[in-house]
Write a protein that binds this ligand. Structure first.
Ligand code: ATP
Length: 368
């Protein structure tokens, strides 16, 4: 049975007086049983502090933490039955792989036969069975991190906590281990909290992501939900690349579309709620992802005019810089084109039309 984590009003302040800093600011949220939950945000936003409070290494200034309705706020870390994996693998250098993994079971005085079976199973789960007799310095970084994971899994934790576990590894290994870690957590049905500042890691692995800023959660959602429906400029720009284009609301177009006026002309935008939430003349910010702008011939109907200034060819994709509108000082948009056409790669600048599907324009409050 997996564990549900309930955080209620969790706050952590460090220091006092003029040096007082709030690292985590009144966070209330639940992490569901068996969920792979990511804390994502820029450096210093409070991710690690929050994770360490769930682990019990840091005591909250106020608020409560419950595992399955049991208040663990004041329970020491070794009594919470959590497994933890750090960025630095923190393996004992003088112990073999199997001794490292067995460590937590020895502390718990698990009988030898049960211990050896559990160690074998944990090493097999991370595909390290054949390295059981090696010392950590005879392993690659990725292998050492697998051992650290096996060491966390072997105690059959109620909650698995991972703090940037892949950031010391090279790019290829990180991608490989992403899907492996997800598979292991899912097959064990573990409630997992995973801290990272790598958005690709979060998008590719998470069930849900909490985007943090200044000690607070800005938005929680599935990867697709956060990417497609950010509720603030911060979330839209933190997760992936986007263009922000200012616009004015002109009028509703049917029940769930608005006509907007940008500096370069009119566009239609789909909205999730009621058009009555917007008033005529209201200024809004549109978030438009580079991949949702399609370059077509200049002056095609239903397009915004632009001038392609330069393009970078990357094989499967081209990244274009396109000046919006007819003005020489107009805003420059990033446009990415999958399977780029030769006409968009010429070195001379060209007039283009930009076609954007109304459902790819996300309307956000100004200054959010
Ligand atoms: P990073 O991605 O850089 O690790 P983070 O999001 O994990 O950042 P935290 O390590 O949780 O951020 O830190 C949050 C804030 O709390 C930061 O401003 C940090 O300087 C501050 N902080 C963390 N630990 C302490 C401490 N022991 N004493 C004082 N301030 C601290």
């Amino acid at each position: 049975m997996s564990t549900r984590i309930q955080l209620t009003g969790i706050t952590k302040t460090f220091g006092s007086g003029s040096a007082k800093a709030t690292a985590v600011d009144h966070i209330t949220t639940a992490i569901e049983p068996g969920e792979l939950f990511f804390l994502l945000g820029p450096s210093g936003c409070g991710k690690t502090t929050l994770l360490r409070m769930i682990a019990g290494f840091i005591e909250p200034t106020s608020g409560t933490i419950a595992f399955d309705n049991k208040d663990v706020t004041n329970t020491p870390p070794n009594k919470r039955n959590t497994g933890m994996v750090f960025q630095s693998y923190a393996l004992w250098p003088h112990m073999t792989v199997e001794q490292n993994v067995a460590f937590g079971l020895n502390v718990r005085k698990t009988p030898a036969a049960a211990r050896d079976r559990a160690v074998r199973e944990a090493l097999e789960a991370v595909q390290m069975g054949e390295y059981a007799k090696r010392k950590p310095n005879q392993l690659s970084g990725g292998q050492q991190q697998r051992v650290a994971l096996a060491r966390a899994l072997v105690i059959r934790p109620d909650v698995l906590l991972l703090d940037e576990p892949l950031s010391n590894l090279d790019a290829k290994l990180r991608t490989d281990l992403r899907s492996e870690i997800r598979k292991i957590c899912k097959s064990a049905g573990l409630t997992t909290v995973y801290v990272t500042h790598d958005q690709k890691e979060a998008l590719s692995m998470a069930d849900r992501i909490a985007i943090m800023k200044g000690g607070q959660i800005q938005q929680i959602g599935t990867p697709q939900d956060l990417y497609r429906n950010p509720q603030s400029q911060f979330v839209a720009s933190f997760l992936g690349e986007t263009n922000f284009v200012e616009a004015k609301v002109l009028e509703p177009d049917g029940v769930n579309r608005l006509t907007l006026e940008t500096a370069a002309g009119k566009v239609l935008a789909s909205i999730a709620g009621d058009t009555a939430a917007y008033s005529k003349g209201q200024r809004v910010m549109c978030s438009i992802r580079p991949e949702s702008i399609k370059l077509v011939e200049a002056a095609a109907t239903g397009t915004l005019p632009g001038k392609r200034l330069e393009s970078v060819y990357l094989g499967e994709i081209a990244q274009h810089q396109v000046r919006l509108g007819e003005q020489t000082m107009g805003q420059v948009l990033a446009v990415s084109e999958l399977n780029p056409t030769a006409e968009h790669l010429s070195t001379s600048t060209t007039q283009v039309g930009m076609r954007i599907d109304p459902c790819d324009i996300v309307i956000l409050p100004m200054g959010s």
